[in-house]
Design a protein around this ligand. Structure first.
Ligand SMILES: [Zn+2]
Length: 476
């Protein structure tokens, strides 16, 4: 991660009770200094890390240790130590990240002392804060009209309140009483005892890269990820093996091919949007504008890391975020475990979905809804939604291929394909006239994002758990 050097300071020794909450300690470490053992274990995990440790009070450390540090992390268990460290950091002008937990509560406080030179706060927000503070201070004599306007607003608010009380609230209260009367038998079982399921949030699982890769030889890339996937296929054709992402040379070659595909994609989109016959009527600037727009839509030229990321899925996992999420999961598991066993140590989180944003350090609870037509927990049974990716010139036979790649092996002799809206039959294995796998989807007027239905016949009808596939077609 580029941290380089860690200095661990602790004056405690390991006790048995520490083993369950500090992953760096193991049975057998009891009695040894925490800082020493932690340094040892971290060094095992990453031998390139430079680690010093002090089995010492933080107040007794030589000031040179603080001087050498860029950031101080406080993970202390008492006020006095925190206050002392705070004082030292202020004096040494070192930013401090203080944190602590009590039961299910946790806090993190960032302390930036004056004179660190760190531009920490947002200028615009600070100006707003000063304006806000100044507004509280102004007097009636200074800005009389400001006060008059405030008074008018108050009167309007009183009026709104009066209308609510007289005409809105009585109706709300009546409906409230009606719902309360029937809640226990009508709503409680559904609302109090269950949550939406995972599938409720993913009605149509998006087609994955396997499908894109499979049709990429014939298909036309539609976005920059497709271009890289296509480049991988082209690379293999040209060099006889898949590119090795550990070899810079091969990634560079791949980048070149992807760049060509990206340029072809830009040109294609330009041609589609600005037909030849219209081009003469456009000024040079208008044409440049189009090109600039297209460039912005599909992104700038490829960078080395992007190629690695798209193909290798190498987007670095941030261990701290994993830890936050793992912690929240563990905490929910703990509450549920107790609850399942008849004890209440706290309610499971409600709404049952939390999003943590490590950039803003923010948790947002999202109110997710149970879906009545959810294919996993809803009332519909025997259906499945699938998205498939097909080349622009795909034929009916390719639908069965694409279904197979997405994990649904269907016998084309036993499944029928129809348009769910018009009921038109695209494929019926029992009818020779509707059994031509070479018919192009475009000639059937199927467009990108159209939905087709696959239903079982005969033996498949008896044996398949799924009686209907709703298939979203994405052309590439
Ligand atoms: Zn569901």
């Amino acid at each position: 991660m580029g941290i380089g050097k860690l200095i661990l300071v602790d004056l405690d020794t390991i006790e048995t009770s520490n083993l369950s909450r500090q992953m760096l300690f193991r049975p057998g470490d009891e009695g040894r200094p925490k800082a020493e053992v932690a340094a040892e274990r971290l060094k095992e995990m990453n031998p390139y890390l430079d680690i010093d440790f002090f089995f010492e009070k933080l107040q007794k450390l030589p000031m040179s240790v603080y001087e050498e540090s860029d950031v101080v992390v406080a993970a202390l268990d008492n006020f006095n130590a925190r206050l002392d460290l705070n004082k030292i950091c202020l004096r040494m002008k070192k930013p401090m990240v203080e944190g602590g937990t009590v039961g299910f509560e946790g806090h993190v406080q960032i302390v930036i002392p004056e004179g660190t030179g760190l531009r920490y706060k947002n200028k615009k927000n600070e100006i707003e804060n000063l304006v806000e503070a100044r507004l509280w201070e102004i007097t009636d004599t200074e800005y009389p009209d400001y006060y008059r306007a405030q008074r008018e607003i108050e009167l309007l608010e009183e009026e709104i309140e009066r209308i609510k009380n007289a005409r809105i609230n009585p109706i709300v209260n009546k409906i409230h009483r009606e719902i309360e009367l029937v809640f226990d038998w009508k709503y409680a079982p559904e609302l109090l005892d269950q949550t939406p399921c995972y599938r409720c949030l993913v009605p149509i699982p998006p087609a994955d890269d396997k499908l894109v890769a499979a049709c990429t030889l014939k298909g036309l890339p539609r976005n920059r990820n497709h271009c890289v996937i296509k480049a991988e296929v082209e690379f293999e054709k040209k060099y006889g093996h898949k590119p090795d992402l550990n070899l810079n040379d091969e990634v560079l070659k791949l980048k070149e091919i992807a760049q060509i595909e990206l340029e072809k994609l830009r040109e294609r989109v330009f041609d589609e949007n600005v037909p030849l016959e219209e081009r003469d009527s456009l000024t040079k600037e208008q044409i440049e504008d189009w090109k600039k727009n297209i460039r912005e839509t599909f992104g700038s030229d490829y960078k080395f890391e992007e190629i690695e990321n798209i193909l290798g899925n190498k987007i670095a996992a941030i261990q701290t975020v994993s830890s936050v999420i793992a912690s929240v999961q563990s905490q929910e598991a703990l509450k549920l475990l107790f609850r399942v066993n008849g004890r209440n140590i706290g309610a499971p989180m409600d709404p049952p979905y939390v999003n943590y944003n490590g950039i803003y350090g923010q948790f947002d609870h999202l109110n997710i809804l149970k879906s009545d037509d959810c294919l996993a927990c809803g009332k519909i049974e025997g259906e499945e939604n699938v998205q498939i990716v097909v080349p622009f010139d795909a034929n009916v036979g390719y639908i069965f291929e694409a279904m197979e790649i997405s994990g649904h092996v269907l016998d084309s002799e036993l499944w029928m394909i129809t348009d769910p809206m018009t009921k038109e039959i695209y494929w019926n294995p029992y009818m020779p006239s509707l059994k031509d796998p070479d018919v192009k989807l475009t000639s059937l007027k199927i467009k990108s994002n159209d939905i087709i239905t696959l239903s079982p016949l005969g033996k498949a009808l008896a044996e398949s758990e799924i009686k209907k596939f709703n298939v979203v077609i994405a052309f590439m």
